[in-house]
Write a new protein. Structure first.
Length: 184
């Protein structure tokens, strides 16, 4: 069986702060947990990624409680990446180098936020030549102000991310589909 690395992106306590506003997909945490469990059951690599902000007032600044990983992120990952930008491929240690060193050619992306760090990670993965699966129902995001007034809902941002990624950057799928594909 080919190895597929599960990239669990920025599942951190800071996203629970009400300042973010209304989020979508209340099942995301259960789906992320199911993916981690399935990957470990199939002895596939799991990578945890944490956003370490360089902004002093950010909840994701190292040393702040919001920087900590959410309680659902348990066990030891095969690799832990710390980053300060949107892409998990621009952190330490070098994710692409590690994947290539392990002979891994496919990644599956889940985490927070759908249209920000998860989408950026998926795009960069594809640009670097990795086959990429984006597990849409194992991500969530928040609404954003529109440039022309109003708000773009979190659900709409997720729909747009799915359209942006599939098929140009990889396959968008559900947790159920990802687990079924993993089991072969």
């Amino acid at each position: 069986m080919d190895r597929v690395a599960l990239l669990v992106v920025d599942v951190q306590k800071g996203f629970a702060d009400p300042v973010w506003g209304e989020r979508n997909n209340p099942a995301a945490e259960d789906n992320i947990s199911a993916l981690i469990e399935a990957w470990r059951a199939q002895q596939q690599p799991v990578v945890f990624v944490r956003h370490d902000s360089t902004e002093p007032d950010s909840p994701f600044t190292p040393g702040q409680p919001g920087n900590d990983l959410h309680e659902l992120i348990t066990g030891e990952p095969d690799l832990f990446v710390a980053k300060s930008v949107n892409s998990s491929f621009h952190g330490e240690p070098d994710l692409a180098e590690w994947l290539r060193g392990e002979g891994i050619e496919r990644v599956a992306v889940c985490g927070i936020q759908t249209n920000m760090c998860c989408e950026t990670t998926a795009r960069v993965a594809a640009n670097l030549g990795f086959e990429t699966d984006f597990i849409l129902d194992a991500t969530y995001t928040f609404g954003l102000p529109s440039r022309d007034g109003g708000t773009i809902s979190a659900d709409e941002l997720s729909r747009v991310t799915a359209a942006n990624l599939d098929p140009e950057f990889g396959r968008v799928m559900s947790t159920r589909e990802a687990v079924a594909a993993l089991k072969g």
